[in-house]
Design a protein around this ligand. Sequence first.
Ligand SMILES: *[C@@H]1O[C@H](CO)[C@@H](O)[C@H](O)[C@H]1NC(C)=O
Ligand SMILES: *[C@@H]1O[C@H](CO)[C@@H](O)[C@H](O)[C@H]1NC(C)=O
Length: 284
Amino acid sequence: MTEYTKLALDEEAETGVDQFLRESRVKTKGLRLFGWEFTNARFLILQLVLLVLYTVIFHVFSEKFAPRYHGANLFYSPAREAVKYEITHFNATLWIDSPYVQPPSPETDKAWHDLVDNSNIVLPASEMKKANITSIPVPNQPGMYFSELGMFHELHCLKRLRQYMYPEYYFPQLSQEEVRLNRMHNDHCIEVLRQGVMCRGDISLVTIRWQASQKLPVADFSAPHECVNFDSLNEWARERRINAMEPGLLVHPTLGPSYPDGNNPTLGAAESTEKFVPSPIEED
Ligand SMILES: *[C@@H]1O[C@H](CO)[C@@H](O)[C@H](O)[C@H]1NC(C)=O
Ligand SMILES: *[C@@H]1O[C@H](CO)[C@@H](O)[C@H](O)[C@H]1NC(C)=O
């Protein structure tokens, strides 16, 4: 019984092949579609053209409309749209000539000032809610809240630590109490930068090499790094920038204007044991 069934299937299969052969012999002239006659070669070329066309269309559309998330994407940030990764070579020799590594001068101060110029930004309630954060509302912009990208806080910390190397220029005539507060602020900065460096975990590779005149090997920092494009993030922040020091803009509910003279007169450090009370985000 089994044998018979198998035979029958084989016969059927053979018949099928025969039929196909016969049909293909009949249709040597080609396939007719929409009044066009396609030879095998023409059909193949058409398929290739369509494949290229669809591939191009797919790439154009996916570039244009797909959300471009970068990094691990573990949380929401409205700035993620401005994150672009690229290979970067550091300027990391010991004898470096950088506008940021100079003794105190108006030029050096301006270079650092420009780096952190877009620190204070405003974000709409919808983005605050998506990010699950709260902040102080901007008085003259309903539905907008004060914020800052973490990158700028880290740059602020570096700027401050550099100033700390020249206390006679940047922090002259501090009282003992001010010296203590200044160190507290800088300790905070060292700690934030330590956590930031360990957070990003740069996996580029530092190597060593010999120099003719030195017995000790020297480190080679020239390996490329995987970096976000600073200009892109900075531009994103610039579009949302606000001058938070504008007199009368930030006003404490009971103690009055925070920066009545348009600048921060303190060392930026204060001790407080009060519990921080977040204010709810309200859509405009
Ligand atoms: C290195 O220095 C050059 C010349 O000053 C500058 O154009 C470049 O942006 C610097 N690279 C980095 C990563 O800072
Ligand atoms: C939002 O933040 C609060 C307070 O930090 C936290 O308890 C809560 O789990 C967060 N919600 C989400 C969805 O992450």
